[in-house]
Design a protein around this ligand. Structure first.
Ligand SMILES: C[S@@+](CC[C@H](N)C(=O)[O-])C[C@H]1O[C@@H](n2cnc3c(N)ncnc32)[C@H](O)[C@@H]1O
Length: 244
């Protein structure tokens, strides 16, 4: 994504208002429902903490690796208002797979992150996650599906009010290859019905196909279950994997 050195620099402030939709509670329930009660969790790319807070309610600890300084700052600000998580949620700036904890976790998960991982880098990414998974640990992700690469002209997909401002997000998506789309988000701020600010962010969205993902997981010693078999949210491309 464009937006200065931090690809989420512009998007961060709009994420909770304009990037989470009606499917969000079910997806949060999916990720939070898989954490073993009292287990230790590792989250890759927590963003503003959409999943983090729900997982932290059940987990003993959550370690978060977030590459975007802007997203990390929002998560830390959110956590600052939740003293109950002060000792249990750790937030670190790092980009997977460039990290090593020297310990294993009962639950490793990533939500809406695979879009940033090019398929040729996926196996190495999974290998590092597998290194951090306890012998009976669980890995969960979404965005593994057979959806064709969309070709959608710009259209308004979300709108929200805050005080006297109305914010909108319009998004365009276009194919750049069989598993790659270009994506552009345009954020508009209106006050009194008058357009006051327009901000544009462009980036890429990588697509991950179930047979290829399952093969990469097998190559690093994990067995995955994808789609509807992984849970009720097959349309979200959910996948869970275990050792073996
Ligand atoms: C679309 S947001 C999703 C945020 C959150 N997981 C959610 O579901 O709301 C993707 C997040 O993953 C982070 N991210 C992307 N690739 C990453 C990587 N390789 N390592 C760590 N964080 C990453 C981005 O900075 C961003 O905050």
């Amino acid at each position: 994504m464009t937006g200065g050195t931090d690809p989420y620099g512009t998007m961060a402030g709009y994420y909770d208002l304009l990037h989470t939709g009606t499917g969000s509670p079910a997806l949060i329930a999916f990720f939070a429902g898989l954490v073993p009660e009292g287990g230790h969790a590792l989250e890759i790319g927590p963003g503003t903490g959409r999943m983090t807070l729900a997982v932290a309610r059940r987990a003993a600890t959550v370690h978060c690796l977030e590459s975007s300084p802007a997203m990390r700052a929002l998560l830390l600000a959110k956590l600052a208002g939740r003293p109950e998580f002060r000792d249990r949620v750790t937030v670190l700036g790092a980009t997977a797979p460039d990290f090593r904890f020297g310990r294993r976790f009962d639950y490793v998960y990533l939500s809406a992150v695979l879009e940033h991982i090019p398929p040729p880098s996926r196996r190495a990414f999974f290998a590092r996650l597998a290194e951090h998974l306890a012998p009976d640990g669980l890995l969960a992700m979404d965005m593994v599906d057979d959806e064709p690469v969309p070709d959608q002209p710009e259209r308004e997909v979300r709108a929200a009010r805050q005080g006297e401002c109305r914010y909108t997000r319009s998004t365009a998506v276009w194919p750049q290859g069989p598993d790659l789309a270009g994506i552009r988000h345009v954020y508009r701020t209106y006050i009194g019905g008058v357009l006051a600010l327009t901000e544009t962010v462009e980036g890429e969205h990588h697509f991950h196909r179930p047979p290829d993902v399952l093969a990469d997981l097998r190559a690093v010693g994990l067995t995955g279950t994808s789609g509807a078999e992984a849970g009720p949210l097959g349309d979200k491309g959910t996948l869970i994997a275990r050792r073996g």
